[in-house]
Design a protein around this ligand. Structure first.
Ligand code: C5P
Length: 233
């Protein structure tokens, strides 16, 4: 899979997400992200339906449990024929390896698997005081990325600001999937550290995850095309 724009479909119901996807012409099928809110509201049926409509799917459920449980859950998600799934690297290497086993289908194919290193909502202070991790955040992120790579995963979710360092540590082929993208003149919303699609490309992001700049646009298809244009060209 090459570089692409993934549209974060952060909607609360199937009706809302279909209304959004129906605003694209029949032949245009963006890669979409389905997160916990929509998945927990609508269940696996929403994944099957969006897949049937011809979209590639990043199922963003961030699994984190004992290895055996994650392995079995990943086998279920793999059967849904999603393209990309994720987990928390904090679950340890054994959990990540079990996840890969669970994802791998009898024919040897599997969805791509990426890891969350540290959530961007965790800051240095909570890292130290609550999680008792004393190292600087960037070192922690790179260490977790290296652990994901060692376990055989395909990449990490990270800020576009971290993409270059992750590639330096883990190699150019190790995927960086980066949220926190805004158009130059756009509203940042609650995102604090943002990059434009062109800056994310320059920083080395492989996939950008873009929500509100597309979902809340007056013309979502036009906003999506602009994003693709800026990111890929
Ligand atoms: O609307 P917006 O473009 O901010 O959406 C970004 C998407 O990426 C959301 O689904 C958000 O949950 C997700 N995300 C993020 N920052 C992270 C991890 C995921 O914004 N560190």
């Amino acid at each position: 899979m090459g570089k692409d724009v993934i549209v974060a479909c952060d909607f609360a119901s199937a009706g809302a997400v279909y209304a959004f996807l129906d605003r694209f012409p029949a032949g245009e099928k963006p890669f979409v992200k389905i997160g916990m809110e929509l998945y927990y509201a609508e269940g696996p049926a929403i994944v099957r339906e969006i897949k049937k409509r011809g979209h590639r799917i990043f199922l963003d459920l961030k699994l984190h449990d004992i290895p055996n449980t994650v392995k079995k859950a990943m086998a279920v998600l793999s059967n849904l024929d999603v393209d990309l799934v994720n987990l928390h690297a904090a679950g340890t290497r054994a959990m990540m390896e079990a996840a890969l086993e669970g994802l791998t289908r009898p024919d040897g194919t599997r969805p791509l698997l990426i890891a969350v290193t540290q959530l961007t909502s965790t800051d240095q202070e909570s890292l130290e005081r609550e999680l008792l991790i004393r190292e600087p955040m960037e070192q922690v992120v790179l260490h977790y990325a290296a652990a994901a790579k060692a376990a055989g995963l395909d990449g990490v979710v990270c800020s576009p600001l971290e993409a270059a360092a992750v590639h330096e540590r883990c190699g150019r082929d190790f995927l960086t999937v980066t949220p926190g993208v805004r158009f130059a003149e756009g509203d940042r919303g609650d995102q604090k550290r943002v990059m434009t699609p062109a800056q994310a490309r320059q920083a080395g992001s492989d996939y950008i995850v873009v929500g509100r700049p597309i979902t809340a646009a007056a013309d979502p298809a036009a906003a999506y095309r602009r994003c693709v244009e800026e990111f890929l060209n």
